[in-house]
Design a protein around this ligand. Sequence first.
Ligand SMILES: [Zn+2]
Length: 284
Amino acid sequence: MEKFRLLYELLLSDRIAIPEQFHTPELPDLEILELVHTPEYVQNYWQGTLDPKALRRIGLPWSAALAGRTRIAVGGTILTAKLALEHGIACNTAGGTHHAFPSYGSGFCIFNDLAIACRVLQKSNLVQKVLIVDLDVHQGDGTAVIFQNDPGVFTFSMHCDINFPGTKQTSDLDVSLPEGMEDDAYLQTLANYLSDLLSEFKPDLVLYDAGVDPHHSDKLGKLCLTDTGIYRREMQVLTTCIQGGYPVACVIGGGYADDFKALVYRHSLLHRAASNVLRQSNFS
Ligand SMILES: [Zn+2]
């Protein structure tokens, strides 16, 4: 939980964003979570009555604080998506819990913020079509299953082939990368897909999961991107979206390291890129 606060503080101290640029989400009603998740799962998790096996699959011990944090993070992604429609780009300082399925959590993910934000926007007619660009090193398996029969949401996941989850689901587009892939090959692969996807699907909004776990020093990664490579990736995604006129809402996704300072800096590359792109764009 610590890294989210540290990220916020780093963005302020490095003047990537001024206090007025931060927006505080509301705690979403449980019914909002139930746009994606089964009421039984939502109630059990919230009340701390989920069975031990289901908790083990999530991989995080239950606490009221964690339940509150994961719920407010969903509110953060909903708010981020709405702000992106208004300003062109918006970034959460959390989010990207893409391994959460309708009736269970998995891989440190409890509620699927990406999916819930999509449903909220669809329901209020703010968008018809959403493209989810999931560049976390792990496949967005929960998201893929949630939207497998929804033509309004296109799921694109680019991930390391041999990594978690062991059983991959079927996204609308899956790009499996070999272990050890480095900056240039990764960015070229991304370029092969992203602009074509945008011009073919023409989304009303892009939801971007900017997991930094493809980094070479990530504990759960298995790819070999550098800090520079991650920054180039964020610039590539954001400029491709903005130049095409597609608003983009970003969540930070996964990132795992003992060196918290380096990890938080790595997550902040997203906000640094967003700040640059926003300044150069005609949006806002
Ligand atoms: Zn991940």
